[in-house]
Design a binder for this molecule. Sequence first.
Ligand SMILES: [Zn+2]
Length: 203
Amino acid sequence: MTKSFTNTNMTAEGHFIFALASTILAKKTSITSTLAQGDWWHIIAGGLLAGILPDIDHPKSILGQRLTWLSIPISRVFGHRGFTHSLLAIITGIALFILGVPSSKNLIPLDAWHGIIIGYLSHIIADMLTPAGVPLLWPCRWRFCIPILHPKKGNHVQRLLCIILLIFALQHQTGTPITQHLSIPDTIHVFWKKIRHSLLQPP
Ligand SMILES: [Zn+2]
């Protein structure tokens, strides 16, 4: 399993750029008021760190190589692209933060925390673009994927996609919704506001 990591996964470089672009876009489009008013450095730092965090479940990943004491047990218990690549991992992280364990509210600024959620989500979305997909509903084994990237065929396509996304994020006008050119029904807007409020706004 460990030998094939770089041939079957998006690279750490790809995840970094994808996370950077995602956090810039999230702040510019004011996905939450905390992101809109937050400190750029907090948000970017949180997003970049979380952008490679899910691959802690593989000892050959960039984080896994440095934290083998953590990556090896996680890999053995959950396997690669298991729990850490699921919505349950994100919900667990949010729950731990809301419960303040261990005093995380004082340790991590709220704007950095929002950046972490965006970065983590960006990793899962990026992995969904590869044929292996991700088990979004873990422990259910269903894999969700939109396989437009094939790491075995080289990294140039994923690099290009990530750079295009980054350029799009950098040139996007602050305060402008990403959906400005799309016609989205009001019901979806209302549904998204409810999700955003319940997931990203700790009491
Ligand atoms: Zn991954």
